[in-house]
Design a binder for this molecule. Structure first.
Ligand SMILES: [Zn+2]
Length: 402
């Protein structure tokens, strides 16, 4: 592809289900809802898109648990990374078992190295081999792989993963990995099959790994945040967007308050032809900034509960995503203000803007109030005033000055 040429369309291509719209001197520009935030292509974002597409397919065609939920569970297990990779290969059916090699390269000896009675398929080796019963019994799991309704190892594992607690599932993965490693040792190193050694090997390996990789404790629930008044002399703009998939419409809400928490201006506007929630959010930012510029207010704090938008507006450089043009407008507005800070807040601290956006999304209203408080937000305004923290002009790390 020649840099500078345009409009390479690769839609409907199964591995890369996105559209390349442009090809600049640096990298392709792609459109996809969950792609890179700035619309730029990277290997990581491409891999994620391919995985998402594949998960949609597999969830639609598989009878249970083989979608993204299962993979998240596998990759989240506290087992050595090599074991996670092994499980992934196993469940994807890409392990070079003897049956797989017989199909691909015509391998003649397909006997199971443990029982020598059956062909070595993945189902037989990891689940049905009678010679491994003593190993399964000796393992700390104390279980035998049980009959199941599915026809593939993926179905079996999906079923088992829903039944076993996480610590048992981790040990099961170690056991499966030990079976494969022992099988390779028998084939390539002429070692002897020793079920009790395999059982203690699986248990000890897991124990050692978990000893040096303790579980990460999840943070306790964060305390609820509250709206904070701006410092004296500054105005605070809270914005929010609402999006309704059906009908592709939405609404935006903007509330501007002074250091006393008094409503200076507010806006509730419905939107048509909205393609995403993030578009509604950035439209709200643009509307809030436009009001400030239009009214000649230039000492502003802008707050949004959409972290992606705060990041987009705080970053330098062009934004090639679907909302890039609106982000560009916002940056232009921000550049024309004497003082502007933007920060992310949690949703519960953005109740007034949320109310205005929510109402707008269910009506065709386009209402702007200046120096008056609309009755539809009186209660949430009062609630904010009762719970608010008095701003002292601090700058949190998330604040970006322009
Ligand atoms: Zn066997």
């Amino acid at each position: 592809m020649i840099p500078g040429s345009h409009c390479l369309i690769v839609s409907n291509f199964s591995l890369f289900p996105w559209r390349v719209l442009n090809y600049g001197s640096q990298c392709p520009i792609v459109t996809y809802g969950t792609l890179k935030k700035k619309g730029l292509y990277s290997v990581k974002s491409g891999y994620r898109v391919a995985c998402n597409a594949e998960n949609i397919t597999s969830q639609a065609s598989s009878s249970g648990g083989s979608g993204i939920f299962l993979w998240n569970k596998v990759w989240g297990l506290r087992v050595p990374p090599k074991v996670c990779v092994f499980i992934w290969r196993l469940l994807r059916g890409i392990l070079p078992t003897k049956i797989a090699l017989a199909k691909k390269v015509g391998l003649l000896d397909v006997d199971c190295v443990f029982c020598h009675n059956y062909a070595e398929s993945d189902m037989h080796l990891f689940k049905d081999c009678g010679a491994l019963n003593c190993f399964w019994h000796a393992s700390a799991l104390g279980l035998l792989p049980c009959p199941h309704t599915g026809h593939t190892l993926l179905d079996w594992f999906s079923e088992v993963s829903q039944l076993l607690p996480t610590n048992h599932l981790e040990l099961l993965c170690m056991c499966l990995w030990v079976i494969w490693t022992e099988r390779n040792n028998i084939i390539w190193k002429n070692s002897f099959f020793n079920p009790s050694h395999m059982a203690s090997w699986a248990f000890k390996s897991l124990e050692n790994y978990q000893k040096y990789h303790p579980a990460i404790r999840k943070n306790s629930q964060r305390p609820l945040s509250h709206w904070e008044t701006p410092p004296s002399g500054r105005l605070k703009i809270n914005v929010d967007g609402s999006f309704i998939c059906e009908g592709e419409h939405g609404g935006i809400g903007v509330i501007i308050r002074d250091a006393n928490g008094q409503c200076i201006a507010s806006l509730s506007r419905s939107l048509t032809h909205v393609s995403s929630a993030i578009q509604a959010e950035v439209e709200a930012c643009r509307a809030g900034l436009f009001i400030a510029i239009n009214q000649g207010w230039d000492n502003i704090i802008l707050e949004s509960d959409c972290a992606s938008i705060v990041t987009a507006l705080s970053s330098v450089g062009d934004d090639f995503s679907q909302i890039g043009r609106i982000v560009g407008d916002c940056k232009e507005f921000m550049g024309s203000l004497r003082s502007i800070s933007i920060r992310h807040i949690y949703r519960e601290a953005n109740g007034v803007a949320h109310r205005l956006a929510h109402i707008a999304s269910f009506s065709n209203s386009d209402k702007f109030w200046l120096h008056e408080t609309p009755s539809i937000i009186e209660d949430v305004l009062f609630e904010d005033l009762c719970n608010c923290i008095r701003g002292s002009g601090f700058m949190s790390s998330s604040v970006q000055n322009f």
